[in-house]
Design a protein around this ligand. Sequence first.
Ligand code: CP3
Length: 356
Amino acid sequence: MNQLKNDRYLRALQCLPVDYTPIWMMRQAGRYLPEYRQLRAKAGDFMTMCQTPELACEATLQPLQRFDLDAAIIFSDILTIPDAMGLGLYFETGEGPKFKKTISCLNDITQLPVPDPEESLTYVMDAIRLTKQELDGKVPLIGFSGSPWTLATYMVEGGSSRTFTKIKKMLYCEPKALHLLLEKLANSVALYLNAQIAAGAQSIMIFDTWGGALSHQSYRSFSLHYMQLIISQLKRGKKSQNITSYIPVTLFTKGGGLWLDAISNSGSDAIGVDWTVDLNQIDQKGNIAIQGNLDPAILYANQETIASNVESVLAEFGHYNGHIFNLGHGIHQDIPIEHVQYLVDAVHKQSKRFHP
Ligand code: CP3
């Protein structure tokens, strides 16, 4: 196996010393890049890109060719799992993801299969294997999945939602049915992530994009519990001198600021936090790494504003070895690329003094 040329991201995930703060960006491969728009136009649609390993590999590598990022994330989508369960994922321009079939009752749930990732999601594993080869140890490759709760919101609502009416109705009126769905999803995601690890993913991130829509009383039982169930099934290896022998896991609950303690005790190695979180609230004893948390909208501003906001994040966390710089959510599609260039270089330059 190839040696890693840049292991800062994996070191930070294990709270080990680094020479500067590593950075990658959620949605770093995407529409703000002109070369992505070109590739996407050539492919025709987004799912074709995900399902063609050569195209997914090219999209994964695009941001790394431009910026000095410390990690790559495989180009795919969280909704590949419900698609593999037979719901028929499609994207309508300007409207986001949609499903041909939705889940509305216990009967729909009992009929859902737990997909074998080596059969129905081979395209993701092929993309990981190819990308790993092409990366040639430049930076680590992140594999990912959605959280059971977040996936369930799309499956029950039939797409994106602002109010989560249908899934909340299920939560309060048919909690047993929803628990069964979440358990099936947790088992499917665990198989899927283990297949990604076997294919070469060097770290795992779980996106709980809609965990923050849950009430304080239900977050733990309807979201965190199922992420823990996944983590407990992952084949993460063992920590050793060889940094790549262990596969760290990051949990990102958007809007999860209220539950940082519970997330820290979930068995994950790192917590992803959005821009509403005060990083000083977090235990900095070296038990858990922190990923975040610049407001992505700051990237609309000029260099001076970007530099001072980078400085604010670093003032809270620059000295902590377990910090991975990231945005608090995905990058917006109309951000000027020069600003991204500036951000990545500013994080590297401004963080050096915290790591003598
Ligand atoms: O981060 C990366 O660079 C890796 C790729 C990645 C994508 N989606 C590519 C993508 C990742 C990690 C995701 C995760 C994802 N997908 C999440 C969780 C992260 C988050 O943003 O909170 C969610 C909720 C989804 C579901 C989804 N897929 C949405 C809401 C959309 C946007 C639809 C739209 O038209 O804006 C997608 C499509 C999607 N996934 C795009 C990309 C680059 C845009 C597709 C395009 O080219 O039109």
